[in-house]
Design a protein around this ligand. Structure first.
Ligand SMILES: Cc1cc2nc3c(=O)[nH]c(=O)nc-3n(C[C@H](O)[C@H](O)[C@H](O)COP(=O)(O)OP(=O)(O)OC[C@H]3O[C@@H](n4cnc5c(N)ncnc54)[C@H](O)[C@@H]3O)c2cc1C
Length: 430
């Protein structure tokens, strides 16, 4: 732990023990604060998006989900229950304002490009941050394969993504095209039906994101952090200065608080004076346990839009976007759809893919309509800070989010401009 930040023993409560809360809590400990992490379940357990995700720490994730032309596909999404993106019809009235902002954020390439520097700022250096934390926590074995590769069956499929690749190159992301034997070198078990691979190098995958989070929680406790098993309910404020966080187990006294509760953050943000459009983009994983295929690099098939990664348990397929109420039951067909794509990728183990054994999981991506997180001081109190809404890229953005939120909290010079992530940006049209 560095002792280079001379800070008095101000106490901070971090609300939520997913990857964002854990990285933030550790960063605050590093800076000399007294930190309590409030989390009702095991940090990084199955309840958290940080548990079951695609495992990618991809510094090339500068392209948001809402892109030009998406709106034309929405009627098709409503009709096709097996596509990579579905909307539960009964949920539409509730999320309509979010959907309108979401489509607007991707209305033109010019609009998409406007936010790329803000995404890039949170992505840069993530791989080395992860490697350093893993070494520091004694869990280097959880760092998996190097690089991630998008694979295409033909040139026409690749050309649909051309604009995204041009943008990655323009913003300095190291990517390379591989065909023929070069492609086989990185994906020896992939079906020869896949002809083109686009590899991004500043990227790694984690062999077990849940275990990684649990390891961070142990590190946090070893260095004096306090884990509080409770659900945060609101704030004890006097003249807008924070005195504590109310929880279902009583009040935790503190001078500052960081809201990092993933999909549980919207209500807490409201209690801190900010109405933020945050919805669950539900996603699924299905893991083929004890899979004989060990990838050299993680893969994303263009037709399946899912991360395919070797994990400690086997081969994980993670993806799907389901806009549905958080309280509705998981639709496990959505996890299983991904097996069809896996069979296309690895026909030699079709039987194993189809018959398993499998582990299935559903989780909530905490998503804002412009695909940028909410990081900043709250409107209700100078002592409460937001750090949530990372959607599809919370794992990779966690280290820089933690640095930014800790910098704001300690009034330090900031390496990243916080303006694009302001909780107040939603007061205006996207
Ligand atoms: C299928 C899928 C694939 C993905 N793939 C990737 C990927 O490859 N790379 C990547 O970067 N990102 C990926 N993501 C996104 C990433 O997983 C999330 O953005 C990230 O995990 C969000 O972290 P978080 O800490 O904000 O939330 P979470 O991990 O959900 O943690 C929030 C925690 O807050 C707790 N909590 C909730 N309410 C309260 C409360 N009131 N008080 C106290 N605690 C509370 C919860 O119990 C939970 O533990 C994927 C997501 C999904 C679903």
């Amino acid at each position: 732990m560095s002792a280079t930040h001379p800070t008095p023993r101000i106490s901070v409560a971090v609300l939520g023990g997913g990857i964002i809360g854990l990285y933030s809590a550790l960063e605050l400990l590093d800076r000399g604060y007294q930190v309590s992490l409030i989390e009702p379940a095991a940090p990084g357990g199955r309840q958290a998006a940080s548990y079951g995700n695609g495992t990618w720490i991809n510094e090339g994730a500068i392209i948001p989900i809402s892109l030009p032309g998406l709106w034309k596909s929405i009627p098709g999404f409503l009709r096709d229950p097996t596509g990579p993106f579905v909307i539960q019809a009964s949920h539409i009235p509730r999320i309509l304002p979010w959907l309108i902002r979401f489509v607007a954020a991707g209305r033109s390439w010019q609009r998409v490009e406007r936010d790329i520097p803000a995404r890039l700022a949170l992505l840069k250096g993530a791989v080395s941050h992860y490697q350093a934390r893993a070494a520091n926590a004694g869990m280097a074995e959880l760092i998996g394969t190097q690089g991630v590769m998008y694979v295409y069956r033909n040139r026409a499929e690749y050309e649909l993504d051309l604009k995204a690749w041009d943008l990655r190159k323009k913003y300095g992301i190291a990517c390379s095209m591989h065909e023929g034997t070069e492609l086989r070198r990185y994906a020896p078990d992939l079906s020869p039906d896949y002809k083109i691979g686009m590899r991004i190098l500043p990227a790694i995958s984690l062999r077990d994101p849940g275990a990684f989070c649990a390891g961070l929680a142990r590190l946090f406790q070893r260095h004096g952090g306090r884990l509080v098993a409770a659900t945060a309910k609101g704030f004890d404020l006097k003249d807008n200065r924070l005195r504590g966080v109310h929880t279902d187990q009583g009040t935790v006294t503190c001078d500052r608080a960081v809201i990092a509760a993933g999909i549980g953050s919207a209500g807490l943000a409201r209690a801190a004076g900010d109405r933020v459009p945050l919805i669950a983009e539900r996603g699924y994983h299905i893991e083929i346990l004890d899979c004989p295929i060990r990838l050299v690099t993680s893969l994303m098939p263009a037709d399946g839009k899912m991360a395919v990664a070797s994990t400690r348990a086997g081969l994980r397929l993670a993806g799907q976007v389901e806009l549905a109420s958080c309280s509705s039951a998981p639709d496990w067909r959505r996890a299983r759809i991904q097996l069809t794509h896996a069979c296309r990728m690895f026909p030699q183990i079709k039987e194993k893919i189809e018959n398993g054994p499998h582990d299935m999981w559903m989780g909530n991506r905490p998503s804002t309509p412009d695909c940028l997180p909410v990081i900043g001081t709250s409107s209700g109190s100078p002592d409460i800070f937001h750090a949530f809404g990372h959607g599809h890229t919370g794992m990779v953005m966690a280290p820089n989010t933690a640095r930014l939120v800790a910098g704001l909290l300690s009034n330090a010079a900031l390496a990243i401009d916080p303006q694009p992530y302001s909780p107040r940006r939603f007061r205006f049209v996207a």
